[in-house]
Design a protein around this ligand. Structure first.
Ligand code: NAD
Length: 493
């Protein structure tokens, strides 16, 4: 990425985002109802976007249904479907700058991260599943000499994908790519905070040659558009990423409608344990700070509980606080910015509410906890120590740049503290001892455990949660399980 701050400012001034739904391979204005999307960097209006009610959701689901029941997509060879996803990946890459800019504008992420991390992940996801298409195989178990038994994977049908705003394109890609490559068709509902990049994705899918109705995008809020999709009797699978509270709604929608399969990727309150034998304490502390402030702390996997052995706590905390104070917080469009704006004023107020709660609960505020200057929704990187493990600060997902430090004295206590949460999405562990790394990572109830690193990974490994962080896995070949049904065919010879 070579563009300068001025280049991005100019590009932003001339960006004209499309605000129509994408249904059946074409833009669709719908009823004319609109909602406003604003830029967290300065609160200005970015676009008026079409708001989908029941009628538009019905249209989108019907388009996906037709494309599944009678369109070419599920009947194409897997290799042909794979080729289409590879073309989509190429188009995303060709439009990388504009998509990164759109994301940075709509949800406040630094342009450098949008370009280098989010767009790279979205392209990689479509490429990985596009390449996987013709490498999947069915089974033929050795049932009996007189029988040919086949276990085949059948595409599950119409997939509703409801995603959050923190990684708008990556979260969409993690659902859409494995669903489409399996032969399903889809209706994507992005967050009302970040619909513009998803609408652009819908148009690019059509430009890449995906048949009409294979990928539809409808916009609107949760209680309106999201609920209509969740309750829709013609949606076979609902893949959701978002908060645990909203995940519960989707289970209810399924129970109240057609018992559609619901896959949930939910919230987290991840522990990051630093043991005294950590090989490089400075790196551990720097990574702890990077982890909680990356993407403004708006990360499901954010290492928001730093569990540090009391013998090293002072030096680790000093490094984390120093890093927090040195962070470049500001306009997301400046390539030098390390932390941008929170997604909305409402969300900033919610995060500040936790700062008040934490202080009232007796935690010690070491740095941050205040709004920052500027018209946008900026908040200073915040660190608390002496956090009571039973307090709300230690238990609830804040989804902002707020770190809670808790000290411990022995390993069993650390594991107990780490697991003392309703969530189970991710965990970090820092140690030089291989046996400790194995033993402790097995005892941690989390879908991902990072040892001597944080937020690392690629498409080859599954991602998802235990406990109330959800179930089902995104990424890797395991994601195919969510969008296919096993069929047994028993042929008597
Ligand atoms: P959210 O749950 O408020 O919204 C997520 C999506 O659900 C949005 O599209 C929203 O419009 C929709 N929605 C909201 N209320 C709804 C309702 N009543 N019925 C139907 N749909 C509804 O979450 P958010 O604020 O967009 O994102 C933050 C949350 O997402 C955090 O909890 C974070 O941990 C989680 N998240 C999880 C993962 C993961 O992979 N586990 C990844 C990213 C974010």
């Amino acid at each position: 990425m070579n563009a300068t701050y001025d280049d991005w400012l100019q590009a932003a001034a001339s960006l004209t985002p499309h605000g129509e739904h994408h249904i059946g391979g074409a833009d669709e204005a719908g009823s004319g109802a609109r909602f406003t999307v604003t830029a967290p960097r300065d609160g200005t209006v970015l676009a008026e976007v079409a708001d989908a009610g029941q009628v538009e959701v019905d249209l989108a689901v019907s388009a996906a249904r037709r494309a599944f029941d009678s369109g070419p997509w599920p009947r194409m060879s897997p290799a042909e479907r794979g080729q289409a996803l590879l073309r989509l990946a190429d188009l995303i890459e060709e439009n990388r700058s504009e998509l990164a800019l759109t994301i940075s504008l709509e949800m406040g992420k630094p342009i450098s991260d949008a370009y280098n991390i989010e767009l790279r992940a979205a392209v990689a996801t479509f490429r990985w599943y596009g390449s996987l298409a013709d490498k999947l195989a069915d089974e033929s178990p050795h049932a009996s000499p007189d029988v040919l038994a086949l276990v085949t994977r059948e595409p599950s049908g119409v997939v509703g994908a409801v995603v959050p705003w923190n990684f708008p394109l990556t979260m969409a890609a993690w659902k859409i790519a494995p669903a489409l490559v399996s032969g399903c068709t889809a209706v994507l509902k992005p967050s009302e905070e970040s619909p513009l990049s998803a609408l652009a994705l819908g148009r690019l899918a059509t430009a890449a040659g995906l048949p009409p109705g294979v990928l539809n995008v409808v916009c609107g809020d949760g209680p309106g558009t999201g609920r209509a999709l969740g309750l829709h009797p013609d949606v076979d699978v609902l893949a959701f990423t978002g908060s645990t509270a909203v995940g519960r709604h989707f289970l209810r929608y399924a129970a109240d409608s057609n018992l559609k399969r619901v896959w949930l990727e939910l919230g987290g309150k991840s522990p990051n344990i630093i043991l005294p034998d950590t090989p490089d304490l400075d790196q551990a502390a720097q990574t702890a700070a990077w982890g909680i402030f990356f993407n403004q702390g708006e990360m499901c996997t954010a290492p928001s509980r730093l569990l540090v052995h009391s013998s090293i706590a002072d030096s680790v905390i000093a490094t984390v606080v120093e890093r927090a104070r040195a962070l470049t917080v500001g306009d997301p469009l400046d390539p030098a910015t390390e932390m941008g704006a929170l997604v909305s004023e409402g969300h900033r107020e919610r995060v500040l509410g936790y700062v008040e709660t934490g202080t009232a609960e007796g935690a010690r505020l070491l740095t941050g906890g205040t709004r920052m200057d500027g018209r946008g929704y900026y908040l200073a990187p915040t660190v608390f120590d002496r956090v009571d493990p039973a307090s709300r600060l230690a238990r609830e997902e804040i989804f902002g740049p707020v770190l809670s430090v808790i000290s411990f004295d022995d390993l069993d206590e650390a594991v107990e503290l780490a697991n003392a949460t309703e969530y189970g999405l991710a965990a970090g562990l820092w140690t030089a001892d291989l046996s400790t790394a194995h033993r402790v990572s097995r005892r941690l109830r989390a879908g991902t455990v990072w040892v001597n690193c944080y937020e690392e990974g690629d498409l080859t490994v599954p991602f998802g949660g235990m406990k109330q962080s959800g179930h089902g896995r995104d990424k890797s070949a395991h994601a195919i399980d969510k969008y296919t049904d096993l069929k047994t065919t028993w042929i008597q010879l």
